[in-house]
Design a protein around this ligand. Structure first.
Ligand code: URA
Length: 247
């Protein structure tokens, strides 16, 4: 692929801007500046720098972010900074079918929830991961205001009724990990689900952290606010069909 097209697909601006970046000597490939925007490169595993910043070519972007507290999963936040400000601008400006679209969060976490958030520019992947039929388990570490008791755990697993739907929602797993701590696994993603489930059993969420999605665990080395690319294997594991949940 031509270098200016490579930069364009990765979100570095219009084709004209990308050609200009190359002509000005701001792009290096394999350690050397390339000044002809038409130079062809094999994109497989291609690494390059733009204005001194290292970049990797990805035909589609799949990444994980350690969402910090006090951030909103919205492009147009109302009160707190958007999570999208934590990403480098090319990830926010990647074109999709000619329009600037950038990566999108797969589902949302509340502003005060921390932990693992996935983002991608692959619309089908967002659809699949969000589909209730795909049943991707998500693990939440919950800190509660009041001491947890065994009956609360039992009710969370048996199912509780929330105010917007008579059909009970249940935790796929729930383990008490401390006097005021639970590890809760959900396969759905209703609005404020963990907080509403805990309220339904007479407790209250003080802090909420998502530690896992499917087999993907938030790496301890990824500090709040940091992101990294997902590997091909990680994406395939998330895409893989899952056994149906027992009703
Ligand atoms: N459940 C909640 O209540 N909040 C979140 O952010 C995620 C799940």
């Amino acid at each position: 692929m031509r270098l200016e097209d490579i930069l364009y697909t990765q979100g570095f601006g219009t084709r004209r801007v990308c050609a200009g970046l190359v002509q000005q000597g701001w792009v290096t490939v394999n350690g050397a500046a390339v000044t002809d925007p038409g130079t062809d490169f094999d994109t497989d595993g291609l690494r390059f720098t733009v204005q001194g910043v290292d970049w990797e070519y990805h035909a589609q972007a799949y990444l994980m972010l350690h969402k910090p507290a006090g951030t909103e999963c919205s492009q147009k936040p109302s009160t707190y900074p958007s999570i999208y400000t934590l990403l480098p601008s090319p990830l926010r400006l990647r074109p999709n079918k000619g329009a600037v679209q950038g990566v999108q969060a797969i589902g949302r976490l509340d502003q005060d929830t921390t932990g693992l958030l996935l983002l991608t520019d692959d619309g089908q992947f967002i659809h699949r991961m969000g589909s209730p039929r795909h049943h991707v388990p998500k693990v939440y570490e919950v800190t509660t205001r009041h001491a947890v008791d065994a009956s609360q755990v039992a009710r969370l697993v048996a199912g509780v009724v929330l105010d917007d739907d008579p059909k009970p929602v249940r935790a796929a797993a729930c383990e008490q990990t401390g006097e005021t701590r639970l590890s809760l696994t959900l396969t759905e993603g209703k609005y404020h689900q963990v907080k509403r489930m805990l309220a339904a059993v007479g407790n209250r969420v003080e802090a909420l952290h998502r530690s896992r999605i499917g087999d993907l665990v938030l790496p301890p080395a990824l500090a709040p606010g940091q992101w990294r690319w997902l590997s091909g294997d990680e994406v395939e594991a998330l895409r893989a069909p899952r056994p149906r949940q027992v009703a």
